[in-house]
Design a protein around this ligand. Structure first.
Ligand SMILES: [Zn+2]
Length: 335
């Protein structure tokens, strides 16, 4: 597997290359040109990285991302650093686009066991509408012990939103034999997961074989509704709404079934992503703009910043990386 910092030739994708010569840039000092061993193509060490399109010093780009990821708004960041807000958002987009590479990299590992929590949070996008009609919903999936954000996507609270985050969850099912998914929110997490990955159970009995979740996958969703004042037998707080594989180990401590960690993260996101803070009437102008800030948050939260309670960078804690990445590493990483 290609490491994150290894450079490949943009022409033939070969990883074999040698330094060819050095060149000077106005703001970023000396940079290296590399020559491909396979096709003799000469390319810069920034080819295919976010910095390829940026002339400003890499340290300035990193400080913009740092300030933004501490919760300062787009316009305020532009004013403080004396630059146009559109430049700020362009840099964010180039940086946030690294999510895809980092996500694919994360799928390539094997995990002993994973505990995912799913929840939704909400902000206003564009004009204020009824919450149901809003496109400002964000579905967040977090791995519990590492606090790694598996995925977070925004849009209308519809099937497509749940499909987009659960397709990421599906990538992890084949990477571990033991995955639990808990949610206090929507039942659609479970239904979508079932639609994506349920398997027919070959049990030797006649008739159509029943479908179950893959072996090792457990799902618990909170029972909504007023349990205190309901007549009849009390329902359990969490239920397993879908048929699970008969060989799935059902040992689950009741106290472990909750989505508390992803909820705690929602509070942090409101503090650190200005689009989720109630300041003015509009928090995010467009869904695309909101997703851009979510992608930046995803990269920094998972790969750069130590988590405030575990004291570790989530990707390191989950076993995806051996050491944290710096903002500048990610800006010099090829797509
Ligand atoms: Zn080449």
């Amino acid at each position: 597997m290609k490491t994150l910092t290894e450079l490949h030739c943009p022409e033939c994708q070969s990883l074999k290359n040698d330094p060819f010569k050095k060149y000077n840039t106005v703001h970023n000092g000396e940079r290296i040109l590399l020559k491909c061993d396979e096709c003799d193509n000469v390319f810069s060490e920034t080819a295919g990285t976010p910095m390829q399109d940026i002339k400003s010093p890499i340290s300035k780009v990193a400080s913009v991302l740092k300030i933004r990821s501490e919760g300062m708004g787009l316009r305020a960041t532009g004013r403080v650093l004396g630059m146009h807000k559109n430049t700020v958002s362009t840099w964010e987009r180039l940086f946030g686009d690294q999510k895809e590479t980092l996500m694919l990299y994360s799928f390539c590992h094997e995990f002993v066991s994973l505990v995912f929590e799913g929840d939704e949070l909400y902000t206003v996008v564009g004009r204020r509408t009824d919450a149901h009609a809003s496109e400002g919903w964000t579905a967040v999936i977090m791995e519990r012990s590492s606090r790694f954000i598996v995925d977070q996507r925004c849009g209308a609270k519809d099937a497509a939103l749940f499909e987009s985050v659960m397709s990421t969850v599906c990538e992890y099912i084949s990477q571990t034999g033991d995955l639990s998914f808990f949610s206090d929110g929507e039942r659609r997490y479970g239904n979508t997961l079932f639609a994506f990955c349920a398997e027919a159970l070959r049990n030797g009995k006649p008739g159509r074989p029943p479908k179950t979740l893959p072996k090792g996958l457990k799902l618990r969703v909170k029972n909504k509704g007023d349990q205190k004042h309901k007549r009849g037998p009390k329902r359990k707080k969490y239920q397993a709404p879908l048929r699970e594989h008969p060989e799935t180990d059902q040992e689950l401590d009741e106290s472990n079934i909750h989505a508390n960690h992803v909820e705690a993260n929602n509070a942090a996101m409101r503090r650190r992503n200005s689009a989720f803070r109630r300041r003015t009437n509009t928090y995010a102008k467009t869904v695309l703009g909101l997703q851009r800030t979510l992608d930046v948050y995803w990269v920094i939260h998972n790969f750069v910043r130590k988590h405030w309670t575990t004291g570790e960078v989530p990707a390191v804690a989950m076993g995806v990386l051996s050491a944290p990445l710096g903002l500048e590493d990610i800006l010099m990483m090829q797509k």
